[in-house]
Ligand binder design. Structure first.
Ligand SMILES: C[S@@+](CC[C@H](N)C(=O)[O-])C[C@H]1O[C@@H](n2cnc3c(N)ncnc32)[C@H](O)[C@@H]1O
Length: 343
């Protein structure tokens, strides 16, 4: 590594310069079909349009257009983080770039921040958090399943071209581990993406500094209601704010200028709240809905009296993932690092 590269923020060098062995490259063909490959010395990309030699790509500048032996053209680009996240090996569902962007902004993730997150899943959000805190921050990610953590490590290493100096993963349940490993009141920001974030309320209240921001990412309205009511009832946080983000692409071609026909209509809801100082009590929201207008059972149907064991992935409409698929994702995620090591 040159002296110039050594002084760059971690991962910057891997995003610059000509294509190298171990790089991920996005190939867009003449029909705008996209394939992502990892460059290997002597490697080949096969399609029904013929063979493209990796050696013909290695050394070319990013953004080149190349022809394979049959004369079929490909546009070559290093994937941006947003492209990588959508194509990377995954075990658990990832946080989409549109939501990660909102988490960085509304969760107020700043350079140098001490951030904790759970679960790490496939590491998609970890990538955005690490980019936002930079080398001088600290991201402590908690994941209860080692198999998922392995996939996340591979994905994060691929994006940054090696281990990130500001990142640590701890295996175990967030609510137990974070209070063992982080000092009370020492964490600037917390981000949770898991089925039942309300189980972590006491742990979050313990480690989060006064004024610190807690962001929750949940897929269903029932989870949103449950976590909001729990935050409110604790009195240790500000009134939670809830929102979702819809991003609609546009088709722009001559006079045919219109929204795209298809879009990602739903991913999740974001809920943010800030930790109050220990001797302060939250100011309750002025209630528009009077308590006597609904029965306690109406609320408990999906909020705080609900049986914990009922909050299963299946009940929330999530699909399980087989051990075989997890093993394959881990192998794929760690492949670029293995190729780099062989060089
Ligand atoms: C949807 S995934 C997270 C995806 C991740 N945010 C990403 O962008 O790739 C949810 C993860 O939370 C983990 N999890 C659930 N409850 C947990 C807890 N209490 N502590 C730690 N991890 C937990 C699950 O094992 C799963 O990997």
């Amino acid at each position: 590594m040159s002296q110039n590269q050594a002084s760059m923020p971690h991962g910057a060098a891997a995003r610059r310069g000509p294509f190298r062995v171990g790089d991920r490259v996005q190939l867009t063909d003449e029909k705008r079909r996209i394939n992502t490959i990892t460059l290997e010395a002597g490697g080949q990309f096969h399609s029904h349009k013929g063979i493209l030699e990796h050696d013909a790509i290695i050394g070319l500048p990013d953004g080149s257009v190349i022809e394979n032996v049959e004369g079929y053209r490909y546009q070559l680009l290093r994937p941006l983080a947003k492209d990588y996240v959508l194509s990377m090996p995954r075990g658990a569902a990832v946080i989409y770039p549109k939501d990660a962007a909102q988490i960085v902004q509304f969760g107020d993730i700043f350079p140098g921040a001490r951030v904790v997150e759970a679960g790490v899943g496939s590491g998609a959000l970890s990538i955005s958090l690490l980019r936002a805190i930079g080398d001088t921050g600290f991201l402590h990610s908690f994941e209860r399943r080692e198999e998922f953590a392995e996939i996340a490590r591979g994905n994060v290493d691929t994006v940054f071209g090696g281990e990130h100096p500001a990142w640590q993963i701890s295996i175990g349940d967030f609510q137990d581990k974070v209070v063992e490993l982080e000092e009370p009141g020492s964490v600037d920001r917390v981000v949770l993406d898991m089925l039942s974030p309300w189980e972590c309320l006491d742990a979050v209240a313990t480690v989060l500094a006064p004024g610190g921001v807690w962001t929750n990412y949940v897929a269903t309205v029932t989870q949103m209601s449950r976590v909001v009511e729990a935050i409110r009832a604790s009195g240790q946080f500000t009134e939670p704010e809830c929102f979702e983000t819809l991003v609609r692409g546009w088709h722009v071609d001559g006079l045919a200028v219109r929204p795209d026909h298809r879009m990602v209509a739903h991913t999740a809801f974001l809920i943010t709240a800030r930790r109050l100082a220990d001797d302060s009590q939250g100011i309750p929201k002025a209630k528009r809905v009077k308590e006597h207008n609904f029965a306690a059972e109406d609320v408990s149907a999906w909020t705080r009296d609900h049986d914990e064991s009922e909050w299963t992935p299946e009940a929330l409409g999530e699909r399980g993932v087989s051990d075989k698929k997890l093993r394959r994702a881990a192998r794929d995620a760690t492949r670029p690092a293995r190729v780099r090591e062989q060089e």
